[in-house]
Design a protein around this ligand. Structure first.
Ligand code: GCW
Length: 684
């Protein structure tokens, strides 16, 4: 499709004449491919297509060469030429999904090689990215392996075609209760994902209703298997979200007790059946005992019992159980000030450390609550040394502007990854927990809730594509900077125009802070309209059962989570983090109200009182949102009209809606506190 934005970062504009000439001199016009392997096939096709767009002519594919310039593509085991380009030690440095890319200094040869076809495919995308961002090729010599084993996307798509928390249209997988027949869009999605290194996908919502429970039946499996093939060609393993009560719902059993031999036998047989139709099936993703989903608690069993039962069924096939830790009481009484939702995951799961089988991975949301604009890091990451852990991010912008506001999330994710849990002394960062280097665990990695739908540009807000892109890049290499990723995405998406690159990069990098500055202040969450979660409603969740309170009254605001006088959540961290959060003076401003209840007149480290901070940042936030629109309008005619108009419309809405946020919050806090703005601005 040529719809504006559809090509995303794989648009690949024709290079300038001089760049094309230089490239041609390096590799002639030929791709040397000498082995038959499905992933090498994908890699060769991607390279040929990419180069055709960049160069304006299609390269020739050759199987043998006389030493003339070419690009050699192959695995060390399957291509003599690929193997011969590297010494044994150089080959040994390449892992299962890694690659080497070498461009001979004097021209005449580019070699892209790996231990597997998947590695070669990633190497191809790497080379195309280098060309697309204008990086110097001559003499390039790269050896890269992914830092994380699991680089996974979770679709929250339902069989009826809706997408839970989806802000980019309907599902590309399902329509009207059926799995789609035309898989071309899914194939294009697979390309986008593989191009940034994603290697796993769960294709249905973690809330598994009846129609998706049926995905595991004989009737649906053949079509699921076709989707698995599409992703498989791009090195992406397919997972299914499963209903814990499936043995009852589709198995005809009377219970789903994980210790019941009949139930265990049912899962073993079902799993075997699934692997018969999909030999590369990844495994199960499970949301259990959470938000009305069934789980082992019903039978008086714990989550290790529940997960291990599924793990046992998957183990003979090398499958994984990805078990979510988003377990809390969603029927809390708001009058109950003892229960703290933030504590829940830690309280449920740390007692189970060491009890999960080898092929269970616990998937932990980055923060203890639920993908808010600002949260501390989940303390679970530092507390489960004997358990496989993966971190879950939310690319879909449920609480961060729903892809109508701009919010580039990579800086937020980087903060979580760089947090030092102190589990093994200084340097025990979250990224080292999930990449397995800290505790030496067996499995781990990254997951993100997808932000795409059937909107022509995938993500609704075109610039939200940067979140999907950034997730994949970061999962591959968490050392990349938020700035570097923003720049890379911008260049690939919009080309080399310097003003465009500088402007879009700056817009992306400022956007999280802008969004935070007019929405919920200083680490308190929610303040959104109930259910759909869009737009300001300060008390929207204050007297409800979801455990998401801010406790604002006429004197102050915030949640006391200290051990001394509050819920004790701060104690779930290791030292010195625990003491830091326990201390009112030492808690960073941006998390103050997450950990402490303070009077409005409390003075922040910034020197401002809490109430003045609330006013100032709402006013500034609304202005900065307006400035985003101004920045973009300076790019008119430098960005093609279609994409220009799409982004402009979203930024216009954001500018207006930021003022709504400003005024609702300022009015609320002025009326509650009675303390005027020192600068006398208009508050209603
Ligand atoms: O953030 C909440 C969402 C739910 C979601 C849940 C979860 C899929 O509001 O829509 O359900 O988190 O992560 O399970």
């Amino acid at each position: 499709s040529a719809e504006p934005g559809y090509a995303a970062w794989l648009g690949r504009e024709r290079l300038t004449d001089s760049a094309r000439l230089a490239l041609k001199a390096t590799w002639g016009q030929a791709l040397h491919v000498a082995e038959d392997d499905p992933h090498i096939e994908t890699a060769a096709a991607e390279l040929a297509d990419g180069l055709t767009k960049l160069m304006g002519e299609r390269p020739a594919r050759i199987r043998a060469s006389d030493g003339a310039p070419c690009i050699v593509l192959g695995t060390f085991g399957g291509s003599a030429k690929a193997a011969a380009a590297f010494h044994a030690a150089e080959r040994a440095a390449v892992g299962d999904e890694g690659y080497r890319v070498r461009v001979r200094e004097d021209g005449g040869r580019i070699t892209i090689a790996g231990a597997t076809g998947r590695g070669v495919l990633y190497g191809v995308f790497r080379l195309l990215r280098m060309i697309g961002t204008g990086a110097a090729l001559a003499g390039a010599d790269l050896c890269e392996n992914p830092a994380n084993e699991l680089r996974m996307i979770n679709q929250w798509d339902n069989a009826d075609g809706s997408v839970e928390r989806g802000y980019a249209g309907r599902s590309i997988f399902y329509r009207d209760g059926e799995i789609v027949r035309d898989l071309s869009r899914i194939r294009d999605y697979a390309r986008l994902l593989a191009s940034v290194g994603v290697n796993a996908i769960a294709i249905n919502n973690v809330n598994v209703h009846r129609p998706e429970t049926l995905f595991m039946t004989e009737r649906c499996l053949p079509r699921i298997a076709r989707i698995a093939d599409v992703f498989g060609a791009y090195g992406i393993r397919l997972f299914l979200s499963v209903n814990y009560a499936a043995p009852i719902e589709i198995g005809g059993l009377s219970a789903a007790d994980p210790l019941d031999p009949e139930v265990r036998a049912w899962w073993r047989a079902k799993t075997e059946e699934i692997y018969r139709s999909m030999p590369d099936f990844g495994g199960y993703l499970v949301k259990a005992d959470s938000e009305f989903r069934p789980g082992p608690f019903t039978y008086g069993r714990d989550h290790a019992d529940g997960a291990n039962m599924l793990a046992e069924a998957l183990q003979p096939f090398g499958g994984l159980v990805i078990w979510r830790c988003f377990v809390y009481n969603c029927k809390q009484d708001w009058r109950d000030r003892k229960t703290d939702r933030a504590r829940a995951a830690f309280d449920h799961f740390t007692p189970l450390d060491g009890r999960f089988r080898d092929n269970v991975v616990l998937q932990v949301k980055n923060g203890p609550m639920d993908f808010q604009v600002r949260e501390p890091v989940s303390p679970l990451f530092g507390a489960m040394a004997h358990t496989n852990l993966a971190i879950e991010f939310q690319a879909t912008q449920e609480y961060t502007g729903q892809q109508r506001h701009l919010c580039y999330l990579v800086p937020q994710w980087k903060e979580a990854l760089d947090f030092d849990t102190r589990a093994r002394g200084a340097g025990s960062t979250v990224k080292r927990v999930v990449d397995r280097s800290l505790f030496g665990t067996r499995h781990g990695g990254f997951a993100a809730v997808s932000n795409i739908g059937d909107d022509a540009n995938w993500t609704g807000h075109l610039l939200a594509q940067a979140n999907l892109y950034g997730f994949g890049r970061l999962a591959w290499d968490p050392e990349l900077s938020a700035e570097g990723i923003a720049e890379e995405w911008t260049r690939l998406t919009f080309g080399a125009d310097d003003l465009v690159v500088r402007t879009v990069r700056a817009m992306l990098l400022d956007s999280w802070s802008i969004y935070e500055s007019y929405t919920a202040p200083l680490g308190v969450g929610w303040m959104v309209k109930p259910n759909h979660h869009y737009g300001p409603d300060v008390d929207g969740y204050e007297y409800s059962m979801w455990g998401t309170y801010h406790f604002a009254d006429r004197d102050g605001i915030g949640v006391d989570r200290t051990a001394a006088t509050g819920t004790g959540y701060a104690r779930q961290y290791r030292e010195p983090n625990a003491s830091q959060y326990e201390s009112l003076e030492r808690t960073p401003d941006e998390l103050l109200l997450f950990f402490h209840h303070v009077p409005y007149t409390y003075r922040l480290k910034s020197g401002k009182t809490v109430i003045q901070h609330i006013y100032d940042s709402r006013f500034e936030g609304a202005e900065r949102a307006e400035a985003l629109l101004d920045s973009w309008t300076r790019l008119e005619r430098r960005v093609d009209d279609g994409r220009y108009a799409q982004v402009k419309a979203r930024l216009e809405e954001q500018a207006v809606h930021a003022k709504e946020w400003r005024d609702v919050l300022n009015a609320y806090f002025w009326r509650k506190s009675g303390i005027p703005d020192t600068r006398g601005r208009v508050i209603y």
